[in-house]
Design a protein around this ligand. Structure first.
Ligand code: PNS
Length: 156
């Protein structure tokens, strides 16, 4: 069974993430989407909130499981018997970042490879950073955030 991990901060999950998760779910037998801690970022949502939105967003996808993990990504992948990490790339900056992280993760766990999926054109401008601006200025989130995640957010 080919198992992959799609990790991220998901602060919050976006339609761009959902497109990548859906595509990964077609390539792999099972995909674990995992809300993690990026020590370089100060999230708007707590890790529990980020996970709750992510879990609601992927609920309908049969071979996708959402989890929360606060340790190393390489350790999580090993625990899940996953040999592939999935990352999305929108531009050269994303590519440079992901290339560096792929080297680190492979050094930590030599059986772990990283698969980079190019973002689709319609999601090139969508980022969690931009969504957080929309949240701050109380603008509509529907064009950028999955409906299930918006529902969860409205409950807070
Ligand atoms: O959505 P992001 O912020 O680009 O995701 C980055 C993330 C969370 C995948 C990365 O920071 C990460 O893997 N964090 C877990 C800790 C870890 O394994 N660090 C070493 C790899 S860089």
């Amino acid at each position: 069974m080919n198992i992959a991990v799609f990790p991220g901060s998901f602060d919050p999950v976006t339609l761009g993430h959902m497109d990548l998760i859906g595509r990964a779910a077609k390539i792999f037998d099972h995909v674990y989407v995992c809300a993690m801690v990026n020590s370089g970022k100060h999230p708007m949502f707590t890790k529990e909130q980020r996970f709750a939105m992510l879990r609601a967003a992927v609920e309908e996808l049969p071979n996708v499981t959402a989890e929360l993990w606060t340790g190393l990504l390489a350790d999580y992948a090993k625990a899940k018997d996953a040999h592939y990490l999935i990352k999305g790339v929108r531009n050269g900056t994303d590519f440079d970042t992901e290339l560096g992280m792929a080297q680190i993760n492979r050094a930590l766990e030599p059986t772990l490879d990283t698969v980079l999926l190019p973002a689709r054109t319609e999601y090139l401008h969508v980022s969690s950073t931009m969504v957080r601006e929309m949240v701050t200025y109380q603008r509509p989130l529907e064009p950028y955030v999955p409906a299930a995640a918006i529902q969860i957010m409205k409950g807070w």
